[in-house]
Design a protein around this ligand. Structure first.
Ligand code: AMP
Ligand code: FE
Ligand code: FE
Ligand code: ZN
Length: 270
């Protein structure tokens, strides 16, 4: 018997992962995980179907999502868990992100054209999908190179589109009954920014993440404990789009998982 482990951060082919939700659930079981949350970027496309499949296979699946938000002109990712899947507010927010991505992708393609790079159809809505199109065209050799040269925040072809604030995102998550967690806090480079963010009504911080150094992990655990936040963790697995992180490489224990899962079960059918 494996000890209880739940990976609370991964992406399916509904956003920029390469595995279908069913494949993620199968893989989680293969890795000996007891619980999982699929946290696609700005979409609930995997739900509710994935819940049925997980139940059939005997894996505990916690509804999750990762929102792309902005705080004082810096990108901040927010993980949300245990919300009402049918929340109008949440679905409306996802719809706004979909429109934002569509418009900003047109702009990114336009900027690439200005740089002499003409891309055809892009299969998907995420920047990694544009990176794959750049690889196919022979412009770059890897997704990383595409981000470093063109697509990363502040690079020549980047465009965020009509951004949505952290404050508004938190409000929507809470209206949907969910819990809001600061994702991969090491990507928030400025300490002053993290300090100001931590004054907002978050419920948790992602304290266990495959890439953290022990010092960073300690720092985020301390912040989380001081705030009496939930401390979550996950691999941020994206399949072959991010080959260096494997499913289950970061995880939470039974107690943390059930704090969220019990909350979800209170309004599972709503
Ligand atoms: P999008 O949500 O479409 O703006 O794309 C953001 C996604 O692109 C992130 O979730 C990562 O999967 C990937 N990404 C963002 N920045 C980088 C980077 N600098 N290098 C590699 N991948 C990145
Ligand atoms: Fe991603
Ligand atoms: Fe993220
Ligand atoms: Zn992620």
């Amino acid at each position: 018997m494996h000890p209880f482990r739940a990976d609370l951060h991964c992406h399916s082919s509904f956003s920029d992962g390469t595995d279908t939700p069913e494949a993620l659930i199968d893989l989680a079981l293969e890795k000996g995980l007891s619980g999982l949350s699929i946290t696609d970027h700005d979409t609930l496309g995997a739900y509710p179907q994935a819940l049925d499949y997980a139940q059939k296979r005997g894996l505990l699946l916690l509804p999750g999502i990762e929102f792309s938000a902005y705080f004082q002109e810096s990108p901040v990712h927010i993980l949300a868990y245990a919300f009402r899947l049918k929340s109008e507010a949440l679905l409306t927010l996802c719809g706004r992100h979909r429109k934002r991505r569509f418009e900003r992708n047109l702009e990114i393609v336009q900027r690439l054209k200005g740089l002499g790079i003409h891309l055809g159809e892009i299969k998907g809505e995420g920047r990694p999908h544009i990176a794959l199109a750049l690889i196919e065209k022979g412009v770059v050799g890897s997704i990383q190179e595409a981000f470093d040269r063109f697509l990363g925040d502040g690079k020549p072809a980047f465009c965020p589109g009509k951004t949505i604030s952290v404050e508004e995102t938190l409000e929507v998550i809470h209206r949907a009954g969910g819990r809001a967690v600061i994702a991969h806090p090491h990507l928030i480079r400025k300490q002053s920014l993290l300090r100001r963010l931590s004054e907002l009504p978050f419920d948790g911080i992602e304290g266990y993440y495959a890439k953290f150094s022990p010092e960073r992990e300690r720092k985020y655990l301390e912040l989380g404990r001081k705030k009496e936040w939930l401390i979550t963790g996950g691999s941020d697995y994206h399949g072959t789009n991010k080959p260096f992180s494997s499913l289950g490489s970061s995880w939470v224990d039974e107690k943390t998982f059930y704090t969220l899962y019990d909350h979800f079960n209170e309004f599972r059918s709503q």
